[in-house]
Design a protein around this ligand. Structure first.
Ligand SMILES: Nc1nc2c(ncn2[C@@H]2O[C@H](COP(=O)(O)OP(=O)(O)OP(=O)(O)O)[C@@H](O)[C@H]2O)c(=O)[nH]1
Ligand SMILES: [Mg+2]
Length: 675
């Protein structure tokens, strides 16, 4: 253990499945560091984190809580991330700027699978991380079994750093496996140093040996010592631990209780001694030590008093308030504190701060970097959508503006302007994700909205050909109107779209009016007899006549429309349903359930296979009618402990007939006559 103080501010993210106790752990860490005078509780609504009304009343985090602390003279930023799978975008964005992550889990082996996605992300991006098994104050917590179950979903070896001291079925303290010191928890205070209980000595020895063997896998010198059965000096063990964490070779495992304030000092000390400095994190991104200041945006917030805030981690150099950057001028530099950022004049390497009013800057941007490009965190795909309309007439523009801000804050929302159905659809990660957006619209923008299922983009086509005549003639004082067309309408092969052919000979319709005829046809095809856009038809203009004075573009357009209106119903119009290609990902225990869900939704399973790069997971690929996608994610999650997910893309159109089709057409009629 080196006694050197770290000169730069370090940052750690608290991540893990929902309700594991991350926000409670933030509270405990801040309290132990002396950053807050007392330790609040989730159920009392008194924690530093989760201050937004949306988080408070749900008793869950719905955005990151960013808090600063000094621990033993060193500066830290802790970012407590939401655990719900619907708010994972913030997790991924945050993880791309921190020096390390603390993965907070519950001592329940059955829940280990819920940790798989975040561990996968950490492993893939080589982000140093430790595990904190929380809630060991609950009776019957199963540490060893939990560890085994977690190891099954972690690529990196999990290395236990302490063993529990139990009284009955309760964990009352721990033995640290490096220092070989034993501590007994004291509620609300640092633990008491005690003697290693005799009954635990053998287990402690074995566990320590296991720890050393893990480290020796990456250290030949240590390996020799173990083979020669000499005890390695603690200095060597500590420096191995720090190096292996920094290189993301091992995952050290701690345990404790955020609420009972147990094991918190142990965790703080590990962070202090083992988390790499921001220079290492910058190097991981390929950012050289020298050069112009660089900061990376991991969160954007539109706050009432400050306007747009871009939360950044400074990865090189120093930034000052009012500094002119090529993306704008920093107008307000803030030190983070949940709900209450305070102004500062400048900030240096490693610090997490918010820059005010940088309009051109987005989450994921690397401000100031000309020499490096770091890929942004992946943007999560849309899984659940709702059509929104403002309750108050005239609020539409305001609504679009507010939603644009929400999308900027959380890029896993997506706004779709569906012109064909004059619909505004907000996409997101699930029901709660969308509900939270609606609450934010209300609380922050004073916008009430009504919601509906998004319209499924059905199309229609025809199965038979016909020839029709359309004539538009009006004699109403002055100029008359005259257009006269004969057209052939016939079906085309699926996917070929629309074709128009001019077969006029001998100038029976002058060339200048032909485009107007085509326009009239195209206009009609926007909404066919069943109420949907018509595709895969060919129309040929075969005959017609004109009037030297009364004919006009308008008149020919109308004539064409009339012909189409009469002709299409004779062509056996048929509904076309959009079919998606979906890939459902689940742990293989859930594969057959996932297949049943797909079949239950008129899906056609194409096959399944081991999911690449995800040991123990399957990917089921299938065709699924878009109409059945609506709450697929809700059902999938409820059957897979929340971890099942899917990706989708439009694949093809498929004829839909019978009662299902009739229903779609009726609904469409009702919707268009209302609107
Ligand atoms: N028994 C026990 N309960 C705890 C402990 N830590 C947290 N809890 C409880 O677990 C629940 C979730 O705590 P949070 O701190 O909100 O968990 P979180 O991980 O931040 O939850 P999300 O942000 O929703 O993912 C609350 O009811 C806490 O009171 C603990 O150490 N022991
Ligand atoms: Mg939380």
């Amino acid at each position: 253990m080196t006694g050197k103080t770290n000169p730069y501010s370090r940052a750690a993210a608290l991540v893990g499945p929902f309700a594991g106790g991350k926000t409670s752990l933030l509270e405990a860490l801040l309290f132990r560091a002396g950053a807050i005078p007392r330790q609040g509780r989730i159920k009392d609504g008194s924690t530093i984190g989760d201050v937004s009304p949306e988080a408070r009343h749900r008793l869950m985090s719905v955005e990151p809580n960013v808090a600063a602390a000094d621990y033993l003279g060193e500066k830290w930023t802790l970012v407590d991330c939401p655990g719900s799978v619907e708010f994972q975008q913030d997790v991924y964005n945050t993880l791309t700027v921190v020096d390390a992550a603390v993965v907070v889990v519950e001592p329940d082996p059955a829940r280990a699978v819920m940790v798989a996605p975040v561990l996968k992300f950490l492993d893939e991006h080589h982000i140093p991380h430790v595990l904190f098994i929380n809630k060991v104050d609950t009776a019957g917590s199963r540490l060893r079994e939990t560890l085994e179950a977690l190891q099954a979903v972690s690529e990196r070896p999990l290395v236990l750093r302490e063993v529990p001291i139990r009284e009955g079925d309760k964990v009352v303290g721990f033995v640290d496996l490096v220092s070989e010191r034993a501590y007994k928890y004291r509620p609300g205070q640092p633990s008491d140093l005690i003697k290693i209980p005799d009954a635990l000595k053998d287990e402690e020895r074995l566990a320590r040996q296991e720890l050393l063997e893990h480290l020796a896998d990456f250290d030949d010198h240590l390996m020799e010592e173990l083979l020669e059965e000499t005890q390695p000096p603690n200095e060597e063990v500590y420096s191995d631990l720090a190096r292996d964490l920094a290189d993301d070779l091992i995952v050290p495992v701690f345990f404790g209780s955020a609420e009972a304030d147990s094991g918190i000092t142990r965790l703080w000390k590990a962070l202090r001694h083992e988390v790499p400095p921001p220079t290492a994190t910058a190097a991981r991104f390929g950012i050289a030590e020298d050069g112009a200041p660089v900061a990376r945006v991991f969160k954007t917030v539109h706050a009432a008093h400050t306007g747009k805030l871009s939360y950044v981690r400074i990865l090189r150099g120093e930034f000052t308030d009012n500094q002119a950057l090529d993306v704008g001028r920093i107008s307000g530099l803030y030190l983070p504190a949940p709900g209450n950022p305070t102004k500062a004049a400048k900030a240096g390497l490693g610090e997490v701060v918010a820059f005010g009013r940088l309009d051109g800057v987005n989450t994921g941007d690397l401000i100031g970097a000309k020499d490096v490009a770091v890929p942004p965190a992946p943007r999560l795909e849309s899984l659940f959508g709702l059509a929104l309309s403002a309750e108050k007439k005239g609020d539409d523009v305001k609504l679009t503006g507010a939603l644009t801000k929400l999308v900027e804050e959380d890029p896993s929302y997506r706004l779709e302007q569906n012109a064909a159905f004059s619909e505004l659809v907000l996409w997101g990660q699930g029901e709660i994700h969308l509900l939270v957006a609606l609450e934010r619209l209300k609380s922050r923008f004073n916008l009430g909205v009504t919601t509906a299922k998004p319209t499924v983009p059905y199309k229609e086509t025809i199965k038979k050909a016909t020839s029709v005549h359309g004539r538009h003639k009006k004699q109403s004082g002055g100029h008359g109107q005259f257009g006269d067309v004969h057209i052939d309408i016939k079906p085309q092969q699926r996917g070929t779209g629309f074709a128009f052919e001019d077969k006029i000979v001998g100038g029976v319709i002058p060339k200048q009016y032909i485009p107007a005829v085509e326009e009239g046809v195209v206009d009609f095809l926007r909404q066919g007899p069943l109420g949907f856009p018509v595709v895969d038809v060919a129309v040929a203009l075969t005959m017609g006549s004109f009037h030297p004075v009364d004919s006009s573009d308008m008149a020919f357009k109308t004539a064409a429309r009339l012909a189409m209106t009469e002709g299409l119903p004779q062509c056996e119009p048929v509904l076309l349903e959009p079919i998606l290609h979906v890939e459902v990902s689940v742990p293989s225990d859930f594969t057959s359930k996932a297949q049943r869900i797909i079949s239950g939704r008129r899906g056609q399973i194409l096959g399944y296979d081991a999911k690449e790069g995800w040991p123990g997971w399957d990917a089921v690929s299938a065709y699924l009618p878009q109409a059945e996608m609506g709450d697929l994610i809700v059902e999938l999650r409820s059957l897979t402990m929340g971890v099942g997910t899917f990706s989708w893309k439009f694949d093809h159109l498929q004829e839909l007939s019978g009662r299902a089709a009739d229903k779609v057409v009726e609904d469409r009629k009702a919707a268009t006559s209302n609107g």
